[in-house]
Design a protein around this ligand. Sequence first.
Ligand code: SAM
Length: 507
Amino acid sequence: MAHTLIPASSTVYTPQALAHAMVEAANDGQRCVWLDPCLGDGAFVAEMAALGIAKDHILALDISVKSSQKDAMALTERGVDFIAWAKGHASSVDRVVMNPPYVGLSKIKGAPLEQALQVSLPQGDRLTRRSNYWCAFILRAIECLRPGGHLVAVLPAAWDYAIYARPIQEAVYRAFGLVGVVRCSKPLFSTVQEGTVVLVARNRGAPESTRVRVEVSDLQETIDALRVLGAGGRPSSAAVVHALPAQPSSFRRLDELMNIRIGAVTGDSKYFLLSEQERATNNLPVGACTPVLTRARHLTSAFMDRSAWERLRDRGERVWLFRPTPTTQAHAAVIRYLQRGLDGSCNVQAHKVRSRDPWHRTPLPPKADGFISGTAGGLPFLVLKEMKGLSATNTLYVVSFSRRVELSERAAIGILLLTSSVRRQLVDGARIYADGLRKFEPSDLGRIRIPVVSKLSENTADVFKSVCERAATGRIEEAQRIADQWLTENLREPEALPLRLPCRSAA
Ligand SMILES: C[S@@+](CC[C@H](N)C(=O)[O-])C[C@H]1O[C@@H](n2cnc3c(N)ncnc32)[C@H](O)[C@@H]1O
């Protein structure tokens, strides 16, 4: 039994052959301090001892007090919560090899849960109950490692796909000089389906990170891949191998790329904003009205063109701004509507209305290249303007690009705004108002830093369409996943991987 507050199902023992390969992958012959933070019955410490590592250089912890025969091979402490222990042992060890418990934090109770919820991600956010216990182990293990240290861990397939795993991946990529991910298509444990990824992260604190991914089909190929990675090589195998591209190394502030302003302020939206039916009922000529977007829900498409706007108009949305020009002011219906305004239909005493001349001429933002809303899961996203004369009112932000940027560059900015690193900044930078709503001033948005990409793939406009469509319909996580993938593809070209993994099928 692991612990009364941690489900016993999270205790799974590593096969000896895998434990051996993992310990070897962390070993480079240097005399240093090793740690297994969740010892169990000691598969890893047995292998460390077999490598000749002295007992006083092996620390082993387990929250469970039930001892194992192999406890004597290490400086073993039982009844210790590693997550709490690590707080007092930053930069204290050189090698961590582990098979951490895989269990949702929502299933853990009491002090272990409290400890796990105190673990911070690099951006400062804490782990939440939606995360998994292994994530807390990875983050704390990184903290415990001294510069130059290595971490080898067997992890569930969730490493690859779970949304909660993404910030953990990022933390690992940032922390190590070489991050190898070996993904096995079969479970590595005989008793459970989980456990298909082995992470080999070497050289803690290196300024640059190389990432290698190896896909293998069984335990033996996993072991072979670990051997090559452990030797500092870059394995290739009969199966798929990718070099994982770099994380962005440079960023630009959004306000270096675009001006962001609040949309037009009418001063009395009931009077000035009209649906098509209201315009027609009042016989107002089209020339006396400006097409506008007035709601976040109007951002329905990546490229707001005439047909997208007409769909809103035909749906009965208020997408006309009454704003007669000197010419249309002479139109009989316009004169009537203006008079109705003065007779009480419009709040002409409102500051915004009273202070302008003429009172019915709402100033428009000077140039609109796009619009930003604040509603995609509470966070902004960009759509581009493709309709001449289209503007927006102040529930939206109007964007104008500061230099002549190509369509694909504009689309790229739209995609980048939906990437996870930018959305985290948005979450952190938002002002939370008394009603619990997250709001942004244009200056808050301007401070957002977006990654600099080294190329724009041909599919950029299509990807932009696809992420906007999802953002507009509330499918934020999907949008973010696609945006992150696009970012990965555009940071730099995949590296050529010259070495081949010695594997049985090739032998
Ligand atoms: C998946 S088992 C791995 C055991 C062993 N290292 C192996 O690979 O065969 C996880 C172990 O973590 C221990 N454990 C769970 N939570 C822990 C915590 N907070 N601190 C230390 N050990 C913990 C469990 O008692 C269990 O022995």
